[in-house]
Ligand binder design. Structure first.
Ligand SMILES: [Zn+2]
Ligand SMILES: [Zn+2]
Length: 388
């Protein structure tokens, strides 16, 4: 069996199937869309079918291809799986095997030459040009768990036929309901495919370039609300690359991430199980580490005269103290979860300990946030006065 890395490194020969398909349907869309719009105004039914098609494809990619298969963040009932694979196939982004294979390599080797859509290689490379390059068959070691599933093997081995069939079914349905054959082809098929593709591809390109990095600066992934809106939650990519095993991408209640609600809701009616979620304390520790890194970096960059080393030590000490307390809280909370139903008298003492550590963390966190606000968000002129 070939080495994972060498098998995944891309050669420079052209993948003619991908190239002709992608270039061909783009050209066809650019040629036919103006002709269609000059001839007629699309009916509201056609617009709704097109928008609906875009929505179900994007949902199937994020919830199915990405969170269910590539990252295995939950398990689900075969009926739900079938629906996700059906609409994922309609999205025309390859088989579950090839999609998950490339995506797992992207996470494993992010931003390096072994990352299939490495963002440092530029916008167009990570957005779509990487698909024009021929790559070897998926390496079995990367997706051995998926390859053990006969239904997914069938999906991969006959992917081209499934893709055409599913698209024909959708095209035929739109035509039947709207009576507009050209509209069903140009908007319901070509335009839908174009929007779904470019929105998904933005996650590989823009979501590694344009946005914030609250959880980690160890990779180029960023959080971006606009991209999250365009992709049903995928835009919280900085969180996702930091905690790829979480079924959520946008963890705050106000962050637009519809799959997290659907997966959660389905778990309540028994249709999804084993939802993986990163512990809040672990997330906080990562946030502290990311802020510590940014603050030290900014303090080192400041050119005016102040006690550089003194302030850096202050940041380091606060971060270390907060992290220690968060570690203590995590250990005590884990112990409490195991012991709470045992009636052991140690449980009460543990509860008191947890409350004490929580209070101490809250106080330290207030000071930490004030320090972050001062160092990371203040203009240099204000910092010169504050740090003097
Ligand atoms: Zn990424
Ligand atoms: Zn991912």
């Amino acid at each position: 069996m070939p080495n994972v890395d060498s098998a995944s490194a891309r050669s420079w020969s052209i993948d003619w199937t991908n190239t002709l398909f992608l270039a061909g349907y783009h050209l066809l869309l650019f040629a036919l869309l103006p002709v269609y719009l000059v001839r007629q105004t699309p009916s509201s039914e056609l617009i709704w079918w097109t928008v609906g098609g875009i929505a179900v494809c994007l949902m199937a990619i994020t919830m199915g291809y990405h969170r269910l298969y590539a990252h295995k963040t939950f398990t689900t009932h075969p009926v739900i799986e079938s629906v996700l694979v059906f609409f994922g196939t309609l999205a025309t982004e390859g088989s579950v095997f090839s999609w998950s294979h490339d995506h797992r390599l992207h996470h494993r080797h992010v931003d390096t030459e072994l990352d299939p859509y490495s963002a440092p290689d530029g916008f167009w490379h990570s957005h779509m040009l990487w698909m024009f390059k021929k790559c070897p068959e998926p390496n079995q070691r990367v997706i051995h768990d998926l390859m053990a599933r006969p239904a997914l093997r069938l999906h991969h081995n006959f992917y081209g036929y499934w893709m055409v069939l599913v698209n024909l079914i959708f095209f035929g349905t739109v035509w039947a309901f709207t009576g507009d054959i050209l509209g069903a082809f140009v908007l319901g098929t070509l335009l839908r495919m174009f929007i779904v593709h470019h929105c998904t591809w933005f996650i590989n390109s823009l979501a590694h370039m344009w946005g914030s990095q609250p959880y980690s600066t160890e990779h180029t992934a960023v959080n971006n609300f606009i991209l999250a809106f365009l992709t049903f939650g995928e835009g919280y990519h900085n969180y996702h690359h930091t905690f790829a095993g979480d079924y959520r991408n946008g963890i705050r209640w106000y962050q637009f991430d519809p799959p997290k609600y659907i997966i959660w809701f389905l778990s309540k009616v028994g249709l999804t199980k084993n939802l993986k979620k990163v512990n809040k304390i672990t997330i906080k520790r990562k946030l502290v580490a990311a802020d510590r890194f940014l603050m030290v970096e900014r303090l080192r960059e400041l050119s005016f005269s102040f006690d550089h080393e003194g302030w850096i030590s202050r940041v380091e000490e606060s971060a270390a103290s907060l992290t220690d307390n968060l570690n203590v809280l995590k250990t005590a909370s884990d112990k409490y979860q195991k012991m709470k139903h045992t009636g052991n008298e140690e449980v009460e003492a543990l509860k008191v300990r947890i409350n004490d550590v929580r209070t101490s963390i809250e106080n330290e966190m207030d000071e930490w946030k004030a320090m972050c606000h001062l160092i990371l968000e203040s203009p240099e002129s204000r910092l010169a006065v504050a740090l003097a």
